[in-house]
Design a binder for this molecule. Structure first.
Ligand SMILES: *[C@@H]1O[C@H](CO)[C@@H](O)[C@H](O)[C@H]1NC(C)=O
Ligand SMILES: *[C@@H]1O[C@H](CO)[C@@H](O)[C@H](O)[C@H]1NC(C)=O
Length: 382
C-alpha cells in the first residue's frame, strides 16, 4: 500500500523523471482542439495496450516486449505506462519487474527504465553504501554531476525510500577529502545562476585564481588574446615549474562544489591557457587518494564534455573497474540518457576506442542483458 502511494506521489511531483539531461521542453497547448483530444485518447489507449503487453510478456518472462517498448518511448511515456500498469493490476510495475527479472543487471536495467530517475539513482546509491564495502565509483559517478534541483530531489527520494539521510550515510561510510567533497556536494550549494555575464566572468576569474594563486585576477573569460599571451609570458618568466602546480585542497573542494559546471569548464580552459598545464594533470598531482582524485576528475570531465564523461565511465566500467568488469555504469547511462544522447555517446565511444560498446561488453551469446543492450543501442544508431 505504502509503496503504491509513494510511487504515485513521486510520479506526480517529480520533474527530474522527465528531463534529467533532456534540454527539450514540451510546450503545453492552450486549448485542445477536437483532433488533439482524439490524439490524446489514442495515446492513452496506446499506453494501456503497452501496459497490458508487459503483463502478458511476464508469462514467458521474456524481456523482448519490454525492449520493444523501451526503444520506441522516452522516459515520461514509460512512467505513464508504469502508472497505467499499476492502476490496472494493482501492483507497481517496478515490483513485478524485480520479481520476474531479479535484481541483477537485466532486472536493474529494465526496472530503471520504468521508474523515475531519482528512484533509480536513490536505490543505486543505497546499494553502493550498504553493500559489502563501499562502492566509491558509484558514489562519485552519481553525485558528481547532478544539477541542484536534481540533487535535491534525489536526496528527498533517498530519504523516503530508505528512511535514512544521505548526508549521514555518506558521513558514516566514507573518509578523508573524498568525504569532505561528497558532503559539500549534498549540501547543494552550487551556484547555477549564469544570467549575469559580468558576474560570470568574475566568478571564472576567481576560480582560476583559486586554482593557482599566482594567476593575476585580471584574467577573465573575456580577456583578449594578446593580454592573455602577455600574462602567460609574465607567468612563465617567473619560472613556474610543473612541480609547483599543486592546488590547495580546500580551494579545489570549494571550487568544485560551489561553482556551476559551465564556470568550471571556462575556468579550466583559462587555467590551461595560462599555466600551460592541463588541470587534469594538476589534479592528479595534488589529489593523491584515488577516490578523491576520481571524484574531482569526474566533476571536471562532466563540466568539460558530458558525452565524453559517459564514454569514459562506460569504458572504465566495462574494462577495468576494480580489476573486474562491471556493467553498472553502462546500465546507468542507458537509463539516464535519452536516445539521442546515447547515439552521441556511441559515436564518440567508437571514435575513442575503435570498437563498439556492445563488442567491449562481455557476455555469452544469448546473455539476455547483452541482447537487450544491443537492441537498445542499435535503435539509437540512426
Ligand atoms: C516524450 O515523447 C512524447 C511523445 O513523442 C513527447 O510529447 C514528449 O515531449 C517527450 N518527452 C520528453 C521528456 O522528451
Ligand atoms: C564533446 O565530445 C564529443 C565527442 O568527442 C564531440 O563530438 C563534441 O563536439 C564535444 N562537445 C563539445 C561541446 O565540445
Amino acid at each position: 500500500m505504502f509503496t503504491n502511494l509513494f510511487f504515485v506521489f513521486i510520479l506526480s511531483t517529480s520533474f527530474f523523471m522527465c528531463a534529467t539531461h533532456d534540454k527539450t521542453k514540451s510546450v503545453q497547448p492552450e486549448k485542445k482542439s477536437e483532433e488533439e483530444s482524439k490524439k490524446l485518447t489514442t495515446n492513452e489507449d496506446k499506453i494501456i495496450t503497452q501496459a497490458t503487453s508487459i503483463r502478458e510478456a511476464f508469462v514467458d518472462a521474456s524481456p523482448d516486449v519490454l525492449v520493444d517498448i523501451i526503444i520506441t518511448t522516452n522516459v515520461s511515456e514509460r512512467l505513464q505506462i508504469a502508472m497505467a500498469y499499476t492502476r490496472k493490476y494493482g501492483k507497481p510495475l517496478e515490483h513485478d519487474l524485480e520479481t520476474k527479472l531479479g535484481n541483477k543487471d537485466l532486472g536493474k536495467l529494465m526496472t530503471g527504465m520504468f521508474e523515475p530517475r531519482s528512484v533509480f539513482l536513490a536505490k543505486d546509491l543505497r546499494h553502493a553504501i550498504a553493500g559489502l564495502g563501499t562502492d566509491e565509483n558509484t558514489l562519485s559517478e552519481i553525485l558528481c554531476c547532478l544539477k541542484a534541483s536534481e540533487l535535491k530531489e534525489l536526496i528527498g527520494t533517498y530519504h523516503m525510500l530508505h528512511k535514512k539521510r544521505l548526508f549521514k550515510d555518506i558521513e558514516a561510510d566514507t573518509s578523508g577529502d573524498f568525504r569532505k567533497l561528497l558532503l559539500k556536494l549534498v549540501e547543494v550549494v552550487r551556484n547555477e545562476n549564469e544570467d549575469d555575464r559580468k558576474e560570470f566572468n568574475l566568478r571564472v576569474a576567481d576560480v582560476v585564481k583559486k586554482l593557482n594563486p599566482e594567476v593575476p585576477t585580471s584574467v577573465s573569460t573575456t580577456t583578449k588574446r594578446p593580454l592573455l599571451d602577455h600574462i602567460k609570458y609574465v607567468f612563465h618568466s617567473k619560472k613556474q615549474k610543473a612541480e609547483n602546480l599543486y592546488v590547495n585542497i580546500q580551494s579545489i573542494i570549494d571550487v568544485f562544489s560551489t561553482h556551476s559546471f559551465i564556470v568550471i569548464d571556462k575556468a579550466s580552459q583559462n587555467y590551461e591557457k595560462i599555466t600551460g598545464y592541463e588541470l587534469t594533470e594538476t589534479i592528479r598531482k595534488s589529489a593523491k587518494k584515488e577516490d578523491f582524485q576520481e571524484l574531482l576528475l569526474d566533476i571536471l570531465q562532466f563540466s568539460v564534455n558530458r558525452t565524453e564523461f559517459y564514454v569514459h565511465k562506460i569504458h572504465d566500467g566495462l574494462t577495468q573497474y576494480k580489476f573486474k568488469p562491471s556493467r553498472k555504469s553502462l546500465t546507468r547511462a542507458l537509463v539516464m540518457l535519452s536516445h539521442s544522447e546515447l547515439s552521441h555517446v556511441q559515436l564518440a565511444y567508437q571514435t575513442f576506442f575503435r570498437r563498439k560498446i556492445i563488442n567491449v561488453l562481455d557476455g555469452k551469446p544469448g546473455d539476455p542483458y547483452k541482447s537487450a543492450v544491443n537492441r537498445i543501442l542499435n535503435s539509437c544508431d540512426n
